[in-house]
Design a protein around this ligand. Structure first.
Ligand code: B12
Length: 165
């Protein structure tokens, strides 16, 4: 069976590398074909990698607060490059400071993201939702996913841009 192909990276001038490596490890262990672009990735680099690898999804991370600026226009550029059917996710600390998650999610979805994840989202949640969106969940994964769906709601409700430094 063909592996699900994803492109991951941290967008903009953002150097937060730890979560990116954890995502790479988690998705690879879960059987995904991962192209990890690392940190300080431009929109063009995400798009080129997705085209080159025939990716199923692009997972953008942003931690330093400038996510909203860095992703502006990304969806349009993806579409222009023929990536209309490619899922677009974003997660991390995607805005500055404390903002209600529902509003943050609405703004990013308006910019074309299929899913928006709040701070502290586990890689397992990303894996679960990606499989769900691509229709590849097994019965057991669907069952186990109930907890993830609930905890994701909790994370989202608690969105506060993170409090520790
Ligand atoms: C370590 C750190 C740094 C290090 C980074 C070192 C390195 N090379 O990695 C250094 C000191 C360089 C740094 C710099 C800065 N930092 Co800093 N940093 C942190 C800190 C303490 C930990 C980040 C980390 O590694 N977390 C652990 C990993 C495992 O978690 P994660 O990154 O969140 O990723 C996980 C999830 O979010 C999720 N995830 C991430 N992306 C995605 C995507 C998808 C699709 C999905 C499903 C899931 C997902 O999965 C990951 C794995 O579990 C956080 C505070 C915190 N506690 O989070 C601040 C923090 C991220 N930094 C912050 C800031 C402001 C900065 C600076 C701008 C500070 C400054 N004025 O210079 C600079 C920016 C530099 C730059 N150009 O990027 C803020 C961001 C605030 C915001 N968004 O509003 C934070 C939240 C601190 C704070 N409370 O204010 N930082």
């Amino acid at each position: 069976m063909r592996k699900i192909k994803i492109v991951i990276g941290v967008i903009g001038a953002d150097v937060h590398a730890v979560g990116n490596r954890i995502l790479e490890h988690a998705f690879t262990s879960a059987g995904f074909d991962v192209t990890n672009l690392g940190v300080m990735v431009s929109q063009e680099e995400f798009i080129a990698a997705a085209v080159e690898t025939d990716a199923d999804a692009i997972l953008v991370s942003s931690l330093y607060g400038h996510g909203e600026l860095d992703v502006r226009g990304l969806k349009d550029k993806c579409d222009e490059a023929g990536l209309e059917g490619v899922l677009l996710y974003i997660g991390g600390n995607i805005v500055v400071g404390k903002q209600p998650f529902v509003e943050v999610e609405k703004r990013f979805k308006k910019m074309g993201f299929d899913r928006v994840f709040g701070p502290g989202t586990s890689p397992e949640a990303g894996i679960y939702f990606l499989k769900k969106d691509l229709g590849t969940l097994t019965e057991a994964e669907r069952e186990a996913g109930r907890e993830i769906e609930q905890s994701n709601e909790h994370v989202e409700a608690d969105y506060a841009g993170s409090s520790t430094d």
